[in-house]
Design a protein around this ligand. Sequence first.
Ligand code: SRM
Ligand code: SF4
Length: 518
Amino acid sequence: MTNVISTSVQETATLNKFEKLKAEKDGLAVKSELGHFAQVGWEAMDKTDRDHRLKWLGVFFRPVTPGKFMLRLRMPHGLITSQQLRLLASIIQRYGDDGSGDITTRQNIQLRGIRLEDIPDIFEQLESVGLTSVQSGMDNVRNITGSPVSGIDAHELIDTRDLVQQVQDMITDRGQGNPEFTNLPRKFNIAIEGGRDNSVHAEINDIACVPAYRDGVLGFNVLVGGFFSAKRCEAAIPLDAWVSPEDVVAVCRAILEVYRDHGLRANRQKSRLMWLIDDWGLEQFRAAVEERMGRSLAQAAPKDELDWDKRDHIGVSPQAQAGFSYLGIHIPVGRLYATDMNELARLAEVYGTGELRLTVEQNVIIPHIPDSRLEACLAEPLLSDRFSVNPTPLMRSLVSCTGAQFCNFALIETKSRAVALVQELEAELEIPKSVRMHWTGCPNSCGQPQVADIGLMGTKARKNGKAVDGVDIYMGGKVGKDAHLGTCVMKGIPCEDLKPVLTKILVDTFGAQPKVSA
Ligand code: SRM
Ligand code: SF4
């Protein structure tokens, strides 16, 4: 497969390990070798193909669980049908206790326990229901996010579902894999928001399109360069450009091409888009984007329309369509098993139209429930025995990255610890309103601690002269309108000492009170 990156970039950059492996062979090339890998097995196959290139197909070797791969799908806009969800359930079901799924912080699903020899068959099945996992890892564009209530939100400005699909189709050549965009300098995030409440955390994406009126016409202001990394975190900055919905695909393409051909490649710590913008200055960057588009960009509208607090969509909400509601179901830290997926699919079919949506808070929404069917739906055992539509204040907003259970970068276990600690805190405290706690197992910040009311980032702390599991604590993250990033307020708190520290924060800052025992 040809690699379209210009040779001059390859020649001039000091090639680090990742640039070398991409230059030697495009990641997508492994698509035609899956049969061979299945034959030789994961232990004998080429290590670079196994550990790195397979990620171009969304297949992740997990050093923590060797031989049991993770499959990261693409779920544009977080939209999924009951048929698709049932297929995902059937895929993990065959792996027994090893099989599970996680809803990710990008409205997406990752499957666990996958055997390499099953991948060709799984890919065929995914294709048959219109799903793909292509280009979901390494130096590719991640799942493209959009408001989870697009098309059903009475206050929505632009229905972005089609646009997000079009951008994904452009980047992945309709899910077949597109070598034009498989050798970016680094990962890349895109969000397209059409609602008023900034449901997608626009500010933490490399490209964010946010709704804005220009001369009375509704389109998008374009923000660029938002990202988190271990070394640096930045909110996106205005490109000072406004585009109509028809130009969204073109502007995304132009920015990606500029980034692909000019992004910094020598040092992976300095390869995200913002580093290029720093290097060139915004004016030069904007001019390069215009050149790629072959026309000048309109100046940004003076203000955008992100003027609401962020909603979490949990529980029942009326839809734009009279007589219908959507139901937000809380999935603790996004973890799903095959039985959960099948039950959620069943609920979507019985009470809705078979459609489901995923949120960046790792939850599920079932839309299109006739109001006359709500009572019966709410009485379903799944919503009392397993999940909730009215969770407790801390549990409601709990988000967590994968952590040590499956991720080799993790410095601590996150998901199970996050749930256990919330249960302990809620047993002792009355908490007047939801507090958004985000856990992330290492400084890569997949769990977005910087957007949280209280963010917890895994680290190694010292206690009695020994290294123990610990966290750095972030506070002050603001989401929705006027979003800004929180900052680190405490460092190196041992996890075993965390409960009293969080209790004090919840009491001092969030109005929590000790529960009066009966
Ligand atoms: Fe992430 C790498 C999981 C969202 C920043 N991320 C990883 C890897 C692939 C590392 C690895 O190979 O083990 C993790 C896979 C662990 C596993 O087995 O699940 C991983 N990231 C995740 C997910 C699953 C966390 C979650 O539990 O939800 C999210 C998947 C999203 C998706 O569907 O594609 C996830 N990662 C994020 C986000 C949040 C976001 O996009 O809003 C960020 C911060 C935003 C950003 O990227 O700017 C994020 N992940 C990173 C980074 C740091 C990037 C950097 O520029 O340095 C890495 C490390 C890297 O790329 O070198 C990373
Ligand atoms: Fe893994 Fe770290 Fe990302 Fe958590 S934040 S999923 S531990 S890379």
